[in-house]
Design a protein. Structure first.
Length: 311
């Protein structure tokens, strides 16, 4: 049996305040919350007149069904339901299931919609991270603490959230190959030891693989050997020290784990097509004097870099 949620239809203005929100065609938030469903419960088949975005912060045995398709929510993920889609949920039979949700109207015309909100868009988008999870929690916090500001502040955050989900969906494809966890750990170990000698055997032991399997995985996923990756990371660190410090080339060679200055210089030139001395002379700027070399291990972008928008 199909059930329709009893949400009132929007008025002639779409429920949107005049001014900036209307001009930007921001979404209008209808209903939202952060619920924990008991194990073994269900949400019966229904059809809603608006859009709904949900986030399940933990993988569970819950199942989302929309039309004739069924999705296992066994990974942290977003679920998107569009107007008119008949859908239902079966929650994990063994443990409670938490999910955050937001119902919203859109004022944009169909051809202005984000691809992820189009009728043929994806229903489930895997995501494990804090940023978008925090956005959903912040929108709920605004609804509780400052409900008078929900349509102003909350709608802006919701538009940002939907834009990021759209980007996630665009990047997600069956051909997309994720790094094995052991390989991700190996890269983390390399990043965290920029100044220490590190052999392939030591790296393999730390991730629980044989050196041979580690080498094959590096070549397959990264297009270089573990040794080449270690050397590249050391040279990248040396470049930072050349630009942001006053150490001599010899001191930098020792700092990044090379026992021989001449060997370091040969490796540096092979990697950068320029000597370390010439690199410093070409790229050093006095404005870098107050910057310190940074470890970018956990960053999605390089530190000590200015980014420019398009105009």
């Amino acid at each position: 049996m199909t059930k329709t949620a009893a949400f009132p239809e929007p008025d002639q203005t779409g429920g949107q305040p005049a001014g900036l929100r209307a001009a930007l065609k921001l979404p209008s938030i209808r209903v939202l919350g952060d619920f924990v469903k008991k194990q073994g419960t269900e949400l019966e088949e229904r059809e809603i007149p608006d859009y709904e975005v949900l986030y399940f912060p933990e993988g569970t045995l819950s199942v989302y069904r929309v039309g004739e398709r069924e999705f296992s929510l066994n990974k942290p993920c977003f679920v998107l339901t569009r107007p008119g889609e008949v859908h239902s949920y079966r929650y994990d039979p063994h443990k409670p299931t938490r999910h955050l949700f937001i119902h919203f109207w859109l004022k944009a015309l169909p051809d202005d919609l984000l691809a992820v909100l189009q009728p043929d868009g994806p229903s489930v988008i895997p995501y494990q991270g804090e940023l978008l999870f925090s956005l959903m929690k912040q929108i709920n916090a605004i609804a509780f603490l400052r409900p008078d500001k929900l349509q102003d502040r909350g709608s802006l955050l919701l538009l940002s959230l939907l834009s990021e989900i759209d980007a996630l969906a665009a990047d997600e494809s069956p051909e997309t190959e994720r790094l094995p966890p052991q390989l991700a750990k190996a890269l983390s170990v390399i990043d965290s030891h920029p100044s220490s000698p590190l052999t392939v055997d030591q790296l393999a032991r730390q991730v629980g693989w044989t050196p041979e399997h580690l080498a094959r995985s590096f070549s397959r996923h990264l297009g270089m050997t573990p040794k080449e990756t270690i050397v590249r990371k050391k040279i990248d660190r040396a470049c930072q020290l050349l630009l942001y410090g006053r150490m001599s080339v010899k001191e930098i060679a020792f700092e990044v784990g090379f026992a021989d200055e001449n060997y370091f210089c040969r490796v540096f030139k092979a990697a950068k097509a320029i000597t370390a001395t010439d690199y410093r002379a070409k790229y050093y700027k006095p404005k870098y004097e107050d910057l310190a070399p940074a470890n970018d291990e956990d960053a999605l972008y390089p530190s000590n870099r200015v980014f420019f928008g398009d105009f």
